[in-house]
Design a protein around this ligand. Structure first.
Ligand code: ACO
Length: 331
């Protein structure tokens, strides 16, 4: 029981990837594209693509189990599960309920959160608020997407960009000032059609005729998304840092959403920071949507680029449009 100010320390982390790797060369064999184009325009060399039996809850369960093991906690310790995803197993019930059952978590709440690629930073804020308010003592947050499910594999302008995966953290109530210290969340609904899956919901239900139009797949205005992503991540990172009362010099590592290396380079330039202050792993994974930030966080911790007591700045951007940044004190 934490008396006094409550914080939400990250006490476990884990990730999961599908088995199959699809390289740029493989895509170039069946599409009018090339390894050179994909690498030079995006920085991506390969991505992991889920098999039919590696659907969202399967990857989420694997990442969640790894995070619980790392935290050294039994499933019964968890009193809340949040799954951030825009590719749930089903329209309902929530994938979080499936993950709760798969992990043998006996009770507490479970719900999904939809904020596209910003899902993890949104989820971290919601999770921390639940713990700070006393509504949760131990929470599992999983950010997962099987985004390739939404892709038209004949559309070279989108299919080369995305991959599948899951990342998870366990948050526990703590009296020490650890975990999320400050955050900034934003959205601009007017930009909803800059990146969207138009059909498949209540507005445009799937019909045999509609399936012929391809509107069940993601479509995107790449150039506009690029522009908004750079501005959204840079400005929200600055605002979150200011809210924490910190400067960039105080931050050990910036972990940005992994969509495109050129976006990360442009954010770094805009913030006047060298690129080596940013964690980059998109060459191996592509854009894994909500999972990209927690997968990068897991790898950064495993590579010891984040140590106990360090401040880490997470920043993300996605469909919605949504964006957000989190200042986290690692402990
Ligand atoms: N291979 C070869 N040529 C291609 C490919 C491809 N895979 N894709 C597009 N091209 C062509 C285009 O058809 C175009 O040809 P044209 O000039 O003859 O018309 C040319 O390449 C240039 O296309 P642009 O779209 O201008 O290329 P750009 O340099 O802008 O790169 C990209 C496109 C990579 C999509 C870039 O705009 C981008 O990364 N945008 C951000 C997208 C993003 O990150 N979205 C996700 C954020 S939200 C989330 O993560 C859920």
């Amino acid at each position: 029981m934490v008396i006094g100010p409550r914080y939400a320390a990250i006490s476990g982390w884990g990730m999961a990837l599908p088995e199959r790797v699809v390289t740029n060369e493989e895509l170039a064999r069946r599409l009018d594209t090339s390894d050179e184009w994909i690498r030079s325009r995006t920085g991506i060399s390969q991505r992991y693509v889920a098999a039919p039996d590696e659907y969202t809850s399967v990857l989420a369960t694997r990442a969640g189990r790894a995070a619980l093991e790392r935290a050294g906690l039994p499933p019964a310790a968890v009193d809340m599960v949040i799954v951030a995803t825009c590719t749930p197993d089903r329209p309902f019930p929530a994938t979080a309920c499936t993950v709760q059952a798969n992990l043998g978590i006996p009770g507490g709440g479970a719900f999904d959160l939809a904020a596209a690629c910003s899902g993890f930073v949104y989820g971290l804020s919601m999770a921390t608020a639940l713990i700070k308010s006393g509504m949760s003592n131990c929470l599992l947050l999983v950010a997962v997407d099987v985004f390739t499910h939404l892709i038209n594999w004949n559309d070279r302008s989108t299919c080369v960009l995305f991959g599948d995966g899951a990342g998870a953290v366990v948050l526990r109530a703590s009296a020490e000032p650890l975990g999320l210290i400050a955050a900034n969340l934003g959205a601009w609904g007017e930009g909803e059609m800059l990146m969207a899956v138009d059909a498949g919901g209540t507005r445009l239900p799937l019909t045999p005729d509609l399936l012929q139009t391809g509107r069940q797949y993601v479509h995107m205005n790449g150039r506009e998304m690029f522009r908004h992503a750079v501005r959204g991540m840079a400005e929200s990172a600055e605002q979150a840092l200011a809210a924490a009362g910190l400067r960039f010099e105080d931050v050990a590592l910036v972990i940005p959403h992994q969509a495109n290396l050129r976006i990360i380079e442009a954010v770094a330039r805009r913030l006047g920071l060298p690129l080596d202050r940013f964690f980059v792993n998109l060459d191996r994974y592509g854009n894994t949507s909500a999972a990209s930030v927690p997968i990068a966080l897991c790898e950064a911790v495993e590579q010891r680029r984040v140590q106990a007591g360090d401040y880490v700045l997470l920043t993300a951007f996605g469909g919605g449009l949504t964006w957000g940044s989190s200042v986290v004190r690692w402990g």
